[in-house]
Ligand binder design. Structure first.
Ligand SMILES: Nc1ncnc2c1ncn2[C@@H]1O[C@H](COP(=O)(O)OP(=O)(O)OP(=O)(O)O)[C@@H](O)[C@H]1O
Length: 311
């Protein structure tokens, strides 16, 4: 077994629409794997197939080594999920809600205190869920996902709707979870910053296809550095930049010159700066862009827009 979650060419079509197309993903043991994609990219459909809630049109999914299509119950034992709808009974206490799930799963009563301790909610477990904040409900949802200590946790947008304090708390909690419990966490999100702070690994899904996957630090290290520019005459600047064998893209607030891996950032930056000034281009801002998940994400999901040809 290579990963705690492994899919091979996993595909799901809804009529003529392909929601997930030949996705082969690997989530290593005890990773916090950020599954990224914008709304409609195919995240939820993939998670549902991992959970055995919908069948793939083609391809396979394995969770903890168990083929989901062949042994749905066996796979379900390996995986706990926190999906958007909580389905808690507001009139029952947190503890009572967990107890309902525990009985259905046939687990011993001691499981309740164990999971409540993990999410640090023992003190509030006797209160009715109707009075819980959203953050507390999310934590109760996590506690429920952890009943029976499944080795894999699948969490769909776990910080959705939380306030900044709640987000920070959830972030720290999820980051520490593998070390504390041995779990492997698959976390879906459309928030790059969020994933960048929590994840050890990332997978990016775009229009149903997995377009990037790997260990976050390694991916970032391999990313080509960039230089950001704001100038008075982009066309003239583009002509100068082209001589430097750089890829040019238009950023939200200026131009971005992407270096080739191996090109020396400082040397290129100094030469470029000099050349622009010599050509009479007014440079308002000139900076190195930190290697970021956003940069990686942009590279794999956006078509690079060529800048206009020089007149
Ligand atoms: N039951 C369904 N019937 C038809 N089309 C569907 C169905 N479920 C999903 N789709 C389509 O499949 C595509 C992927 O949807 P999916 O919900 O997996 O995306 P997502 O990345 O999870 O987005 P979101 O964050 O909005 O949930 C979308 O185009 C969606 O409209």
């Amino acid at each position: 077994m290579v990963g705690m979650i492994e899919t091979e060419r996993l595909t799901r079509r809804f009529g003529a629409r392909t929601a997930v197309e030949a996705v082969s993903m690997t989530v290593p043991d005890q990773a916090v794997y950020g599954f990224l994609g914008r709304n409609g990219a195919g995240k939820t459909t993939t998670l549902k197939m991992l959970l055995g809630l919908i069948r793939p049109t083609a391809g396979t999914a394995r969770v903890g080594g168990v083929d989901v299509a062949r042994d749905r119950t066996g796979a379900a034992r390996k995986i706990g999920a926190l999906l958007e709808a909580h389905g808690f009974y507001g009139n029952l206490t947190g503890r009572e809600n967990l107890d309902l799930s525990r009985r259905l799963l046939g687990l011993p009563p001691s499981e309740i205190d164990r999971v409540l301790s993990v999410v640090e909610m023992r003190a509030d477990a006797g209160r009715r869920v109707a009075g819980y904040s959203l953050g507390m409900r999310q934590r109760l949802g996590l506690a429920r996902a952890m009943l029976g200590a499944p080795p894999v946790l699948v969490l769909d947008e776990p910080t959705n709707g939380l306030d900044p304090d709640g987000i920070a708390e959830m972030r720290g909690f999820l980051r520490d979870l593998p070390a504390r419990t041995g779990a492997t966490v698959l976390l879906s999100s459309h928030l790059l910053g969020e994933i960048e702070q929590i994840a050890t690994h990332v997978g990016v899904i775009h229009q149903g296809r997995l377009v990037l996957e790997g260990e976050l630090a390694a991916l970032k290290a391999a990313e080509a550095p960039e230089i950001t520019l704001r100038v008075d005459d982009p066309q003239r600047a583009a002509a100068v930049l082209r001589r430097w064998d750089l890829t040019l893209v238009e950023g939200a607030d200026g131009m971005i010159a992407r270096l080739r891996p191996g090109q020396d950032h400082d040397q290129v930056a100094a030469g470029l700066n000099r050349a622009l000034v010599e050509q009479g281009v007014g440079v308002f801002a000139f900076g190195a862009r930190e290697r970021s998940l956003e940069g990686l994400y942009r590279q794999v999901t956006e078509n690079t827009q060529p800048l206009p040809e020089a007149a």
